[in-house]
Design a protein around this ligand. Sequence first.
Ligand code: NAP
Ligand code: MG
Length: 400
Amino acid sequence: MDKIKMTTPLVEMDGDEMTRILWKMIKDELLEPFIELNTEYYDLGLEYRNETNDQVTVDSANATKKYGVAVKCATITPNAARMTEYDLKEMWKSPNGTIRAMLDGTVFRTPIIVKGIEPGVKSWKKPITIARHAYGDVYKNTEMVIPGPGKVELVYTAEDGAEVRELVHNYTKAGVAQGMHNLDDSIESFARSCFNYALDLKQDLWFATKDTISKKYDHTFKDIFQEIYDKEYADKFEEAGITYFYTLIDDAVARVMKAEGGFIWACKNYDGDVMSDMVSSAFGSLAMMTSVLVSPHGYYEYEAAHGTVQRHYYKHLKGEETSTNSVATIFAWTGALRKRGELDGNTELMEFADKLEKATISTIESGKMTKDLALITTLENVTVLNSEDFIKEIRKTLEK
Ligand code: NAP
Ligand code: MG
């Protein structure tokens, strides 16, 4: 059989720990036997990020701007423990944070639904896609530990030198303070990405913030969404038979628990971070959640929503068997390959992505799965497979 050819490279961002092990297995077993993989490789593993003073992360984001499509493995965001574990020169920033800041755009996370894995929330029948704003707020904050009495102010200095000041707090004792920002441009592109994605999927769009408390910051988000909706999207939504719905974040959370699913829930950066973990675990497993960063300039970066699965990696290092679920990482590859195919007019590549997804789902539905799914499945006669055998089983299904 001739291997499928690729005309344009895909930006490949390798990562850390257990997901780095899965990454190689997926390439060896599920991709390279079928595709003449054409990737531009960037090693975002922590060791190499440290070696290059994190330049490799910046380079990989720039390559994504050049080629349009990237696929990323989970990576370690260093903390104090990682500083010693990897003997780091600096506590490097989250690669995802750096890439998101450079590409702007919105992260969409959708659970992968399979028969036999029933959502923890009984009313959920269809996937809920979380759209997470990928710029600013607490992820680009400036923080201060306030050692004792004194005042903290927000100061805006216009280009002509004029100043506007707002008192944050008059401290009489020690405390903490935090400054955050966002940009109208970024909120506008967030809104447009969400409205476009809703039209693509023909699903309702919900958006929620805390505008009753945050009367300027969050209210600006609400106003920008409404303005763009009224001007550019109201007619298109009506035509498509879908709705745009704004509510308070508390109300949204309460409603989501009683909803059926089948809609997109747009969240500010932090809400999206937290809510996507809740939604994915309620749909079954963190390992069954896909994630794509869609920039307003038309760049796409696909990844799994979970982390590097550190606990499994340490078992792996000790020579113990692991049963780590590779589904979300496989779907990161299929998402990227399909998009690459779409942009290049490469139908073979798009069809391959569909087939690999189908093979993955039907392998699970036939009762062959990793431990995380075996623990929660309603299927009987389940075979629990280790990390490698699960991938090999998918290959068998794919070859059929
Ligand atoms: P994690 O990798 O998401 O794993 C947390 C736990 O969830 C695992 O211990 C495991 O539970 C379960 N799990 C997650 N993915 C799984 C999979 N594919 N198959 C089976 N079980 C899975 O989070 P973490 O261990 O807290 O974080 C590890 C590292 O990942 C951190 O350094 C963090 O910075 C990084 N991280 C990266 C990203 C990213 O690059 N996008 C996102 C989040 C975190 P059991 O142990 O119970 O089996
Ligand atoms: Mg999170």
